[in-house]
Design a protein around this ligand. Sequence first.
Ligand code: HPA
Ligand code: MG
Length: 218
Amino acid sequence: MPVKSKSVTIPDNLEYDTDLFVVPGCYREDIKSVIIPAGMIQDRIKQLATEIHAKIGDEPLILLCVLKGSYRFFTALVDELTAVRYNCKTSLLVDFIRAKSYENTETTGKLELIGLSNLNELKGQNVLIVDDIVDSGLTMSRLIFTIQELGAKKVWNSLLLSKRVPRKVEVDENFVAFNIPDKFIVGYGLDYNQKFRDLNHICVMSEKGIEKYKNAGQ
Ligand code: HPA
Ligand code: MG
């Protein structure tokens, strides 16, 4: 059975009116509701860093940011981990990748990793993959496979969001901040056609917003 971390569950029916929080004017009509306010994201990441440190301890660690979606989660997590590791004698290393899926739908295939400074740098290392969201599980299972192939000693993952949808492939979820309903969400790094990454809260799109930015990424 795959490992499933404990996390904060956001119920299906929990949606806050956008006028209860600060939502930039440029996005107000594109957003239907806020489901995770920014403050709650910060608080949860602080505790997640403690959970990670309790499990991994003072071992040297490489944190791997899966761009683009996890850039905000990543920086917040690194800050919090650095704070809880103030007594550690070993360093945290950070690196950044983009995962390019091949066209086929094999579940355990390799991924092309773009951006790793040196393909040998993961050899023999403890690696924590930091990603924004898991839904089908395909990308994460391929990432784990690829990083193991590069010779990593131990591989964990940390996810900002785990969506309650059936997985196409079962994958371990080691450190998860939030478990969310099956809704298309944006904000805190997650985009819709490259928009909304700068939104501070995690929000559900409105029909109007979905229509307006349908072709924005092309
Ligand atoms: N929003 C943005 N990106 C995503 C989502 C989502 O709900 N699910 C998978 N990638
Ligand atoms: Mg992603």
